[in-house]
Write a protein that binds this ligand. Structure first.
Ligand SMILES: Nc1ncnc2c1ncn2[C@@H]1O[C@H](COP(=O)(O)OP(=O)(O)OP(=O)(O)O)[C@@H](O)[C@H]1O
Length: 243
């Protein structure tokens, strides 16, 4: 059987944020889990912000042919969900309330997402009384519950324990396999190499490499960008930074 053509999902044309992100063209197709890696300050959050339309970015973003910037709130929820790096929510609301914020028609999907993130037993607890990792899972549940075409996730595994880091990457892989796209900023190169379908490497507000994760992680770009080197023991600082 002929392979099915992939759906063009996201097209970001000359997307930029002055002083934060250089003009960037990006096309992402479904299904796909795209990991963004790069040193601190390299522009991962800025790229996610620009894609999500946060902070008056320049350029245009089209998702399945629709201009994401012109979409109304309900349409935006179907197009994409954004998980910020800062999950420090201190609202006196329950887990179920927060997971369903702005998702009035999605009660069942919210319950399913709470189950996926193993939060059902917490559903009536206040989010401001949860641990940091638990709060992260609540906001992840909200992102998944909207069932958007595109997930934009900033360091979703930060604050998660090792088991939940792996579980979340499995969940994201399954989400991508079900026809979505996810663009995920990550600092863990090994998880990025293991799970991503595509790896984008950023430096100084630019995409400097974009390709197959294992090939990129085994090649010269990552060591040069981060100033690290790989051995049997894992990653370690390179004696002399080359980038
Ligand atoms: N609100 C802002 N206004 C101006 N410059 C900003 C703003 N936020 C970030 N920057 C700058 O933009 C650059 C990219 O920051 P960004 O947060 O996108 O990096 P990052 O790759 O996500 O970093 P990290 O790994 O530390 O989260 C940095 O030099 C940062 O100082």
């Amino acid at each position: 059987m002929e392979p099915q053509p992939m759906t063009m999902l996201l097209e970001a044309a000359a997307l930029a944020m002055p002083r934060r992100l250089d003009p960037t063209d990006l096309m992402v197709e479904t299904p796909g889990l795209v990991c963004l890696v790069g040193p601190n300050g390299s522009g991962k959050t800025s790229l996610l912000h620009a894609l999500a339309g946060i902070g008056s970015p320049l350029g245009s973003v089209r998702i399945d042919g629709k201009d994401a910037r012109r979409a109304g709130p309900a349409e935006r929820r179907r197009l994409f969900a954004y998980l910020p790096a800062n999950r420090d929510i201190a609202w006196p609301l329950t887990v179920r309330d927060v997971a369903g914020l702005g998702l009035g028609d999605y009660a069942r999907a919210v319950d399913e997402a709470l189950t996926t993130l193993e939060l059902s037993a917490f559903a009536d607890r206040r989010v401001d009384r949860l641990s940091t990792g638990e709060r992260s899972r609540v906001l992840l549940a909200r992102a998944l519950a909207a069932r958007p075409k595109l997930l934009l996730l900033d360091e979703p595994i930060a604050n998660l324990d090792p088991l939940w880091q792996l579980r979340l990457m499995d969940i994201l892989k399954a989400e991508a396999a079900s026809g979505r796209a996810a663009i995920v900023a990550l600092h863990d190169l090994d998880l990025a190499a293991r799970y991503a379908d595509r790896l984008i490497v950023m430096k100084n507000g630019q995409i400097i490499a974009d390709g197959h994760p294992r090939a990129l992680v085994a090649g010269p770009v990552i060591p040069a960008v981060f100033g690290i080197e790989h051995s049997e023991a894992g990653w370690s600082p390179a004696p002399h930074r080359t980038a």
